[in-house]
Design a protein around this ligand. Structure first.
Ligand code: FEH
Ligand code: ZN
Length: 371
């Protein structure tokens, strides 16, 4: 992890100050404004006030800041983005069951804040709730701030300090570390000996994706695909069996068919979701191969009809992950089974981090840390 931020005993250093430094969107396509706003206070019994320790910067934050989602998500501005958050419990509402959360506990915030009673919520997929709200991507302020108000203790996962998990490593698990996990779980049954899985885009999500491919489908060959040598070298370090640099390859189909002994790829996890990556994926899938799209760069999923039918290909989408999947991912981290590639930036430097993410210069996940 790259970080020069001293964060020793942060939770204990509470000054009692009622202000809350936050990085906010006032106007789309503008840099975030760093300002002091009111520290949120608990207004109903299930709520928990969390002192933010770390908050991951996601491409979804860039889509939001760029104004690309302004018609799809009606969010009143100003808003504090940041939906990938870990922190310390600051205060709990009076109907939080006794003894489950104490001030100073380290918690990961599950970001799919569902209603809790609909079909999807009852089935465990609160991130799919029709009425779901998301921190920093709805009317609820997110984690690029010193404090965040979580509507219910149900959305918190407490992590015992004995595991020595750093908040900068816990925060990205709630999205970058969760989204590819759910996606790979959807296809792992296809991935026996002699098969292959490709992870497209070795950024925040892809660095976890290649590791989950090895953990969840250990007998399958993992192919990392990107256009950056540095990112592909990282993928190799994280366990990828093969890499493919899109910048250097003339024809992705012939390269992939060479690597896979003319079979094609059985499962592709597209962490980019650009129209080109989807087009490429359709060309390199094996018969009965499945493309799982998690990235949100493009506007359409356009794949050729006849070859997809002849080959019985499937395209699946996968959105974020559910609470139990997040618990599983955190278990992997507690057991030191995943490496976390994170780079910490102070809240004051968030616009610099945004610039670096935009230009593809962040290795792994950029993490914003309130000083
Ligand atoms: C996108 C839109 C809304 C909520 C969350 C996201 C993703 O970043 C989840 O992967
Ligand atoms: Zn995200």
């Amino acid at each position: 992890m790259t970080s020069n931020i001293d964060r020793s005993n942060k939770a204990a250093n509470d000054t009692g100050d009622s202000s809350n430094k936050a990085a906010r969107i006032h106007k789309y396509q503008n840099p975030l404004t760093i300002e002091k706003i009111a520290k949120p206070s608990i207004t109903s019994g299930q709520q928990v006030l969390v002192k933010v320790a770390a908050s991951g910067l996601c491409h979804s934050d860039l889509h939001l800041i760029n104004g690309e989602w302004k018609d799809m998500l009606t969010i009143p501005l100003p808003i504090t983005p940041g939906h990938e958050v870990a922190g310390w419990v600051e205060e709990v509402g009076d109907s939080v069951p006794q003894g489950i959360l104490d001030k100073g506990d380290l918690v990961a915030i599950f970001g799919g804040w569902g209603c809790g009673v609909c079909f999807h919520c009852k089935g465990g997929d609160e991130q799919l709730c029709k009425f779901a709200t998301w921190p920093g991507l709805s009317s609820f302020d997110g984690g690029f701030s010193e404090y965040i108000l979580v509507p219910s203790y149900r959305f918190l996962i407490k992590v015992d300090k004995k595991y020595r998990l750093k908040p900068e490593e816990l925060a990205p698990l709630t999205d970058a570390g969760l989204t590819p996990y759910r996606a790979i779980k959807k296809v792992r049954h296809l991935l026996g000996p002699g098969t292959s899985i490709a992870v497209v885009g070795i950024g925040g999500l892809g660095t976890y994706g290649v590791q989950y491919a090895k953990i969840l489908a250990p007998n399958s060959n993992t192919i990392a695909i990107d256009h950056s040598d540095a990112k592909l070298q990282l993928a190799e370090k994280l366990g990828a069996d093969r890499t493919l640099n899109l910048k250097e390859c003339q024809d992705i189909k012939s390269e992939i068919f060479k690597i896979t002994e003319e079979k094609g790829v059985n499962a592709i996890i597209d962490c980019v979701g650009a129209e080109e990556t989807i087009r490429d994926s359709a060309r390199i899938l094996s018969k009965s191969g499945v493309l799982v799209v998690v990235g949100l760069f493009g506007n359409q999923i356009g794949i050729p009809l006849s070859s997809s039918v002849f080959n019985e290909n499937q395209v699946q989408c996968s959105f974020w992950g559910n609470y139990n999947e997040l618990c599983e991912v955190i278990e992997l981290a507690k057991q030191c089974k995943i490496k976390q590639i994170v780079r910490a930036f102070s809240l004051n430097a968030i616009n610099e981090a945004i610039g670096l993410l935009r230009s593809g210069e962040v290795e792994g996940r950029a993490i914003i840390v309130p000083e």
